[in-house]
Every structure is written in structure tokens, then in C-alpha cells.
Write a protein that binds this ligand. Sequence first.
Ligand code: GMT
Length: 386
Amino acid sequence: MDKKLKIGITCYPSLGGSGVVATELGKLLAEQGHQVHFIANSIPFRLGTFQKNIFYHEVEVNDYYVFRYPPYDLSLATKMAQVAKSQQLDLLHVHYAVPHAVCAFLAKQMVGDGLKVVTTLHGTDITVLAQDESLKDLIRLAINESDAVTAVSQDLIRETVELLDIQRPIDLTYNFIDKRIYYPRDAASLRRDFAAPEEKILMHISNFRPVKRTQDVVEVFRQVQEQVPAKLLFVGEGPDLPKMQWKINDLGLNDKVHFLGKQDDIAQVISMADVLMLPSEKESFGLVALEAMACGVPTIGSRAGGIPELVLHGKTGFLSAIGDTQSMAENTIRLLTDDRLAAEFREACLQRAHHDFCNDAIRHEYEQIYYRVLGREVPNLKPVCG
Ligand code: GMT
């Protein structure tokens, strides 16, 4: 019997961490010889160049004139079922409960019980959407009807169980990094473009949504730059951008803060930084902190959600209560003014990222879940982690 699987993956192709994780996982599975079929409304932005065993199926939305809102979710469910039948998929692995797990549930009704569904919860599908009474029952249904459910932190599992009164088991599968991409890059010349030799660089990378508390980043930086020569670099774009710009202007910090926009090569950009700022209100995991860690950059952050499971306080970063900008500023100053401490943190970051969040190990965890739901024996696919 052929032990390789045929896996359909659906994710938000252009959105943040969940899309990155889904796409990188698909690439790793394809490297192992599994056939991976992405089913989405556009090519996932991290897919890159052609890779063997990867296929893409675009969802076309019916824009019939009576529809005020074209029914993307129904088109996606139908496409999932069509692809599952035509490609004889073993399973669908969907990232995000709404609408993807719901669509997968519908697809399974169309295809039959032979098609298994694995749902990965990433965060805001639970921490924000599951608080909405109009969606709660639907999210609970999608979770309960999946053949396996995974979540990216222990804290997200806890919150899912509490908010939705879920009784079924949820597997913990942390996010991961690819050490072929995330390692300390030579960023000396790039750094010179933004900061003088004596200046430190603080960096924040996100989609500038309110949960990211970008105003806190600016406030922490205001306090830090009064004591340490420093620059603040923002990477990304999003709804809070105007508010951030007003605040920076009001504080007279325009010449010390730069906006780099969305960047593709995050490892190269992060390698310029001395610290990453992640003061989020909600953060189920904080993939960007892991990416920074893998490049040797510690995080100054909040104790929100799953961040403490990733960032070890006093070892790979410093964590404070959400909104406690004074404590965050004090911790940043401590790291930026103590070279020995900074070197220790950097080493601890590299060790932790590359050993505890190795892509091959997490890929193997997902594979074990796939074989389990299919009732098949797990082939010997031992991970190779350094
Ligand atoms: O953080 C975001 O705004 C993007 C969001 C997403 O849907 O991609 O990220 C979520 O999933 C990531 C991958 O698992 C996690 O690392 C992020 O912590 C999580 N974001 C939140 O929980 C706010």
C-alpha cells in the first residue's frame, strides 16, 4: 500500500501567520513525497517557485446578479469536494475555523466519510470570532465535526475549550521555522541605512491591527530613546497605520521612526534588529517572535495568550503585563545596555528556536495526526532536527 498521502490544504492565502504556517507545512509535506493540493482563492503568498508534488486549485466565486454578497464559502466547499473526488484526497487540512473548517464539513457531506478533516486553530478564529454569539454555534460544530483539531498553543486550547465548551481532544502543534531560511543573516550594510553605529534598532512586524497594540510600541520607544540612542523600524501595513503616524508626529519622533512596509524576506530584515517588540493584546502564538528568535533577536512583549510558551522570560526575551509600557521600556533598556546579557539572550534564542521549534519535528507531528485519523500505521518518518 502506498504510504504517501494526498492532502488538500486551505488557508487564507494572503494573511499573516496562519497562511505562512499552512504554506510552509505544505512545502515540507511535498518534500516528503506527499501530494499537496492547495485549494484557495489565490496562490498562497509564501508558495514561491514551482515545487514538485504541489498543486493549486483556484476557487471561482459565482457572482450571479441576485447575490448581494457572492457566496465564497459555498464555492470553496464545492471546490474542496470536487478536488477531493477528482484527486482522491485522503484528507483536507484546513487552517482557521471560519469559514474553512465549516466548508470542509460541507465538503465531507458531499464526498462521504472517507474524506477526513483536520482543522488547525490559529487564534483570532477563537479569541475574537468565537466570542461572537452569531458564530459561536457554527464554530463549535466545525470543531466537533473535524476528525482531528490542532491548536498552536496550550493557551489557545484552554481558551477554545472554555469559550466553546469543547469536550473533544485538541492536539497541541506549535508553529515552526525553517532553519534554511531563518538564521542570523549578515545585516551590517542594511543596518547602516537606518541607524548610526552607536544606535540600537527596535523592530515591530505585524498587520497593525488593534490587537497588536502598536501605540504601545511607540510609547515604549519614546521612553527607550530618552536613555539609549535608538531607531524604531515598523514592518508591515494595516488599519492602525494612521494612528501610529499621528502619535509619532505628536511626540516629535519622525526622524527616529521608519516604516518599511510589507517585506518578503523577513529573516534579512529581522537580522538588523536588536530587539523585536510584541506587546499584543491577543496572540495565540506569535510566529514573528519565533522568526526573530531564529535570527538571534530577543522579544520584548506582553504575557498575552501563547507568547509565554514561546518567549522564555529572562532567557529569550522579557515579558510584561499587557499595556505595561514602563516595564517593557525598562526591560528593553536593560537588554540594550548590557552587551553580555544581550549575547546570552542571543545564544539562548538560537538554541531554542532551532531545537524546540524545528520544522521537521512539527511536520512529523502533523503527519502522525494524519495517519491517526486515517486509521493507518505511521510510516517511519523520523524528523531530522539539529
Ligand atoms: O496575528 C495576526 O494578526 C495574524 C494571524 C493569522 O491569522 O495569521 O495570526 C495568528 O496565527 C499565527 C500562526 O499560528 C499566530 O502565530 C498568531 O499569534 C495568531 N494571531 C493572533 O492570535 C492574534
